[in-house]
Design a protein. Sequence first.
Length: 238
Amino acid sequence: MSIVKEIEEALAVLSIPEKAEFFPRFFKTGKGEYGEGDLFLGVKVPDQRSVAKEYYSKINLKELSTLLSSTYHEHRLTALFMLILIFEKTKDKAVKEEVVAFYLDHLPYVNNWDLVDSTCYKILGRYAFENQKESLLKQLSESDEMWHKRIAVVGTMHYIKKGSFALTKEFVTRNLKHSHDLMHKANGWLLREMGNKNEGELIGYLNQYYKEMPRTCLRYAIEKLDEDLRQDYLKGRV
């Protein structure tokens, strides 16, 4: 049996037609909810990260491509988990570059929030920062495809972690007038994380641009600020 078939069988319960609609897309544990590995509808919910850990060292990129191009979300997410592990576990720069090229070649399959948010920070963001490849993220941020913009936004989270905010502010400013509210949310989320790292940087940016921000962007950006300051921004009285 091929590795791809083994992985598909390990995840098969998630794609059984009569059960698939009942499985939560995000396995959040808590009262009335189920986590990966728990029993759900009489069967055990596969732990996709455990499957990825078991198979990532055995699979090649051609086989990974087959899995990532699957019509099943669970197959694609598991493939991306494996790709992250390949990227993280190797010290070979050529392998890392091959993984990044593979990711970029397969962007059509990285096409929803779950897939984007689970992967691009750990692959593209880290690679771009460590190798001074800001142009990679800038190119994605200039795309007409919203998923590509989202990838650029999430990728800059690694820059925020390292205390570098210029790219963050550039991306947000460029997309302040984006037509989709989900991008406003993403931009606000990015600014909020910048503020968590350095509140002064966020306040300086807000003082310059808050009046131009869509309300969704602003509300997320100021979410962690003191209540009085938040109200000042919301009322436009700063």
